[in-house]
Write a protein that binds this ligand. Structure first.
Ligand SMILES: N[C@@H](CCC(=O)N[C@@H](CS)C(=O)NCC(=O)O)C(=O)O
Length: 195
């Protein structure tokens, strides 16, 4: 049985969504970052962390990759060219989308107040919109890597939700319709708060 440490409003959502897609059982401990439990399982206090037996796996991308490989789904097999292209897409999204949103978050509420630079936000919003175009130009369709949803689709879809809450706009129509389709998946819908 897996245990996921991290609130569903954090990057832990990526891990929970993956587990729902795989249909494997797990328990969720919705810890906030830097809680006592988060620090107990990860010295940096960051979430998510996946616990399996006495092992702790830290970092959402590492966890997604592990689960996909282990359960043989949502990934191309390791050691194939298709997998290298998939990993390349994952790193593109981490560099160009996740990192931009994370920098905005750090300068909004993570860094000590006297280290925050509010003026960086317009530049990051511009970068986000520009970088989305780079990512979408590489999409094969209907998913990023073709016919099958893979790890980078989970990361990018989570980033889209994050961007919406952070007030990062986009008028990229291809992106909007792609996100509508990924969010429509039953495993994603199951995780939305009940109205
Ligand atoms: N690259 C890591 C980043 C983890 C991360 O920064 N998580 C955030 C929540 S989404 C956090 O715990 N932030 C608290 C902090 O930086 O102190 C991952 O993908 O898991």
């Amino acid at each position: 049985m897996y245990e996921v440490i991290g609130s569903p409003t954090s990057r832990a959502f990526r891990v929970i969504w993956m587990l729902e897609e795989l249909g494997v059982p797990y328990t969720l401990s919705p810890e906030q970052p830097q809680s006592d439990r988060a620090r107990e399982v990860n010295p940096s206090g960051k979430v998510p962390v996946l616990i399996e037996g006495d092992q702790h796996i830290i970092d959402s991308t590492a966890i997604l990759t592990y689960l996909a490989d282990k359960h043989g789904a949502l990934t191309f097999p390791a050691g194939t060219i298709e997998r290298a292209q998939q990993d390349s897409m994952t790193h593109l999204i981490l560099d160009e989308i996740d990192a931009v949103l994370w920098t905005a978050a750090r300068h909004s509420f993570i860094l000590p107040k006297d280290k925050r630079v509010a003026e960086v936000k317009p530049s990051l919003k511009w970068e986000y919109a520009r970088n989305l175009t780079t990512v979408m130009d590489r999409m094969k369709g209907p998913y990023l890597m073709g016919e099958v949803m893979t790890v980078p689709d989970i990361i990018l879809t989570h980033c889209a939700t994050w961007a919406k809450f952070a007030g990062f706009p986009t008028d990229n129509e291809a992106f909007v319709s792609y996100i509508r389709a990924t969010r429509a998946r039953p495993a994603f819908q199951k995780l939305l708060p009940k109205k």
